[in-house]
Design a protein. Structure first.
Length: 449
């Protein structure tokens, strides 16, 4: 390769030479151009580097220090040593870069340390001024009345009863063994006499050993040894004051009654809300007419929780539950269902079609809201409007049919509705559109008679 005598400086690619790659073309620059480039770098380093180092604190001169020696090593391998050593501009740039690299980190670290100290002191001041916890302060719900709260009475929070903390936890097992129902009759003979009148008691009388006391209440040796008492000796009483959870109590019943209608009990609404079997059923007394319910009428058992439905059944238009024609379990399965609201069928309409089969269809002309859901127009339990409607006609129809008749029959319109007189009287729209659930007539497009 050819070289000029102190007229040019050769620049090559260091990586290519180190890897043994064939030499690439070398750019020849005039010495004046080299000095001009070095001067530009010197000015940029003098005015640009200090400002960026102070502002951001992230730029260091390590890049320059690492680049210059690498470049000089490459140049030394290519050029005689006296060419680089004699270049005063490059030497000045290297020395100035070393000065900047030694002084810049010190100033940056001092600034960052002071800022960190200020931030730490501010955080400590916030922690010291944090208000005290409000856990022990009185709340309105904990006071008997508003005046007691304002006067300072009942300010201490009431402690939870000891029994409530134990609920939901399984009881510890007790060492006991079976002793037979004869020992139970010593104290509980009146209860055993009532139990024999129930369905399970009669089955137990015919099939000895099937419905003994200890089958449900657990082994009674420890209970008898301790002298009796509710819950003593690990006996399961099924009462409201029994510390065992509803899941543990229901497990005794589900050991026999998990099939059939109880298949979907796990995960049902009543199960997830902690309802126990004994909340609805009376096992030891024959109260209900069937299913060992706690009340004589099935609906009264449901009304223990469903107060709104009790009120709706008292409306003028209601489901014939009061008359005894239907009951709650005709439409709902209280032990679980695959549908919402524990209804027995796959949909609300299928539930209604069990009695209203004439509305099932299919119809030649279908009414879309009817096919969609009966509850679009009807209340299932009771209403103050005819036929269990949610609102009176014609307002019910206006929920969808916003454009009403104007003029028309009789040419007499209402002051605000624009409806004719026939549509405003008695059955409203049903005076003409009587086949509202669908029609098979040739003129049934408008659900006429």
């Amino acid at each position: 390769m050819k070289h000029s005598s102190s007229e040019t400086v050769e620049f090559g690619l260091t990586e290519a030479l180190s890897r043994g790659v064939p030499d690439k073309p070398i750019i020849r620059l005039h010495k004046k151009l080299t000095l001009l480039a070095a001067s530009a770098l010197l000015c940029w380093a003098a005015f640009g580097l200090p400002q960026s180092a102070k502002a951001e604190g992230t730029f260091t001169v390590a890049g320059i220090n690492s680049t210059l020696p690498a470049w000089s090593q490459t140049a030394k391998s290519e050029q005689p040593s006296q060419q680089i050593a004699g270049d005063s501009a490059i030497s000045a740039l290297a020395s100035y870069a070393q000065q900047i690299g030694a002084a810049a980190p010190k100033s940056v670290s001092q600034g960052s340390d002071s800022q960190f100290d200020e931030l730490r002191s501010f955080a400590q001041s916030i922690g010291a001024a944090q208000p005290a916890s409000t856990k022990g302060q009185p709340k309105l719900a904990e006071a008997q009345t508003l005046m007691d709260l304002l006067s300072g009475k009942d300010s201490a929070p009431t402690a939870a009863p000891a029994g409530s903390a134990a609920k939901g936890k399984k009881s510890a097992p007790v060492e006991a063994h079976f002793i037979g129902s004869q020992a139970c009759a010593t104290c509980h003979s009146p209860l055993i006499g009532e139990f024999k009148k129930t369905l399970m008691g009669k089955i137990g009388g015919a099939q000895k050993g099937k419905f003994e006391c200890e089958n449900c209440h657990g082994p009674g040796s420890a209970h008898v040894k301790a002298g009796g008492g509710r819950g003593v000796g690990g006996i399961l009483s099924f009462g409201a004051d029994d510390p065992r959870s509803a899941e543990e109590k229901n497990g005794i019943c589900l050991a026999c009654h998990q099939k059939g209608e109880r298949t979907y009990w796990a995960g049902s609404v009543h199960e997830t809300r902690g309802l126990a079997c004994v909340n609805c059923h009376s096992v030891m007394k024959n109260v209900g007419r069937k299913h060992n319910l706690k009340t004589q009428v099935e609906a009264e058992t449901c009304y223990q929780c469903h107060k709104l439905q009790r009120a709706q059944v008292q409306y003028s238009s209601h489901m014939p539950i009061r008359e005894g024609k239907v009951t709650c379990s005709d439409c709902h399965n209280p032990h679980g269902s695959i549908t919402e609201k524990l209804i027995r069928e796959a949909s609300v309409n299928d539930n209604c079609y069990k009695c209203h089969a004439e509305k099932r269809g299919p119809m030649l002309f279908e009414h879309t809201p009817v096919r969609e859901n009966c509850l679009n127009c009807h209340q299932p339990h009771g209403s103050n409007y005819e036929n269990l409607l949610i609102v009176a006609r014609p307002r019910l129809c206006h929920q969808c049919h916003t454009t009403g008749h104007s003029g028309g029959f009789g040419q007499a319109t209402g002051p605000a509705t624009g409806m004719n007189t026939a549509a405003m009287l008695q059955n409203g729209c049903g005076n003409c559109h009587s086949a509202i659930h669908g029609s098979n007539q040739p003129n049934g497009f408008f659900f006429f008679r």
